[in-house]
Structure formats: structure tokens, C-alpha cells
Design a protein around this ligand. Sequence first.
Ligand SMILES: [Zn+2]
Length: 188
Amino acid sequence: MNFVFVSGDPALDLAATVLSRRGERIDLLSEPADLERWTSLCDGLPDRVSADSATFESALSLREAIYRLALDRVLERPFEPESLKAVNDTAAGPLPSVELTDAGLRVSGDLTSALSLVARSAVLLLADPGARLKECGRVDCTRIYLDRSRGARRTWCGMDECGNRVKAAAYRARRRASAADGERGPNG
Ligand SMILES: [Zn+2]
């Protein structure tokens, strides 16, 4: 399965590497190589990092802490203290370096610095009272995203990921219902 970056923030995108959190969890980061690939695909993070098992484990802990805080924020309840400490501690670490080149931005650093940047992004996002965080309207998705749309009317994390799937399912359900009506006949 491919990674998607539709949440509007790298911290939320990291949290969303677990799909279907309330059902049968699907974890897209099953080994360090998955994390290396995720990092290289995520905008604003170093292109080439290597993940050992210890850093991989700390990335997974950070991910769960970010998710917990984002969910606390969506549910408008106080932040869970342990997750708060985990995210703040990681955010305090050294960050990747940035460089302007003719080819654009070059970000370099190791995986630890990439995680610090992701944690810092979570801190800035969750501290922003104007940031509208929502959970995707497709029940099984459970992705939390930042709604930047005018009037904050966005319902899905992404149209391709969820919006079109829900609409297609509703269409199929309507067709099934009208087929069933047809079988029963006009008076049935
Ligand atoms: Zn979704």
C-alpha cells in the first residue's frame, strides 16, 4: 500500500500511517525500511535517512503520541500528559539543516532530526487555536486532517482516499435498494 500525504501536516501524515485505528488496524510502517521510504517521500524532510531498530521504535512511539494529542484536540479534551511530554521532548532535539540550491530546497539530516522536525510541526499545529482539525467522515478511515478549506466544509481526508469511496458505496446501496423494490413489484 502506498503512503498518502493528504492530512495537511507531516505530523498528521505520520499519525495516519496507521489506517483504520478503531477497527482492524493496518500499519503501513511494519519495518525500518518503510519509515525510510515514508521520510523520503514526505515534503520538507531529508531525502535519505537510514533507520535502525531503536530509531524505528522511537518513531512509532512518536507517531502514537502525535495521534493521541491530535485526537485530544479533535475531541476538545486536555492533552494526555505522557504523549505531551513525548512530543515536546522530541521537538526539542536538533533539526535538519536547510539549504537553498538552484534545484530548490535541500534538507539534510539524520532520521532523529527528521523526527524532531515532525514533532515540532505537531507542536506548532496543535498550539494553533485557528487550526481546524477534523477526523475523516469515512468511519473506517480514522485519519485526522487539517481543514484549510474556506468555511471549513471539508468532510474527507481526501477525495481519492475516502470521499469517492463513500459516494460510490452510497450509489451502490441506492441501486441495490431500487433493484429490491423492483423484485417485490409495484404492490409488494
Ligand atoms: Zn479518510
